[in-house]
Design a protein around this ligand. Structure first.
Ligand code: CO
Length: 153
């Protein structure tokens, strides 16, 4: 009897440990530098059970924001090019994003070398069956500096 109870407890522990949800991230530390890439590459995997998503963006380069500004912006994949183009006139002060644009799900500030920033947003605004793209809205960056946000169990 005791062995059975212990066995069941161990099985429950193993299930928790092996569950993919245990490995799904809700918080991301992303490095950027004086190149057009994110340290996370072109895919970010978010856990379906995340209530909030946090992105910590750290610019380890040396160029100023006017020359090599980076941010992290999330939109539906269908919206990302239009949002990026609409933001080109906003300048550094406007984070190269259109103001009060409902298509922007989340966005960090635009930062330069040596700076860091962070954004936390409610994950319930995302639909796990939707297609989302993250990108840097600095002019000329978003064609290369982009990736997809995926959901895993
Ligand atoms: Co950039």
């Amino acid at each position: 009897m005791k062995r059975t109870t212990l066995f069941r407890a161990l099985c429950a522990l193993a299930l928790v440990a092996l569950s993919p949800a245990a490995f799904a991230a809700c918080e991301f530390d992303i490095e950027v530098g004086d190149t057009l890439s994110y340290s996370v590459g072109s895919t970010m995997q978010v856990g379906k059970d995340c209530s909030e998503i946090t992105v910590n963006l750290n610019h380890t380069g040396s160029l100023p924001v006017e020359a090599m500004g980076h941010n992290w912006v999330l939109t539906l994949t269908d919206d990302f090019q239009a949002v990026a183009q609409a933001g080109m006139g906003a300048g550094v002060a406007g984070n190269y994003l259109p103001a009060d644009d409902q298509r922007i799900i989340a966005a960090t500030d635009l930062i330069g070398g040596g700076q860091s920033t962070s954004i936390t947003f409610d994950a319930s605004v995302l639909d796990s069956s939707g297609a989302y793209t993250f990108f840097c809205s600095f002019p000329g960056h978003w064609a290369a500096m982009k990736g997809t946000l995926e959901f895993i169990n």
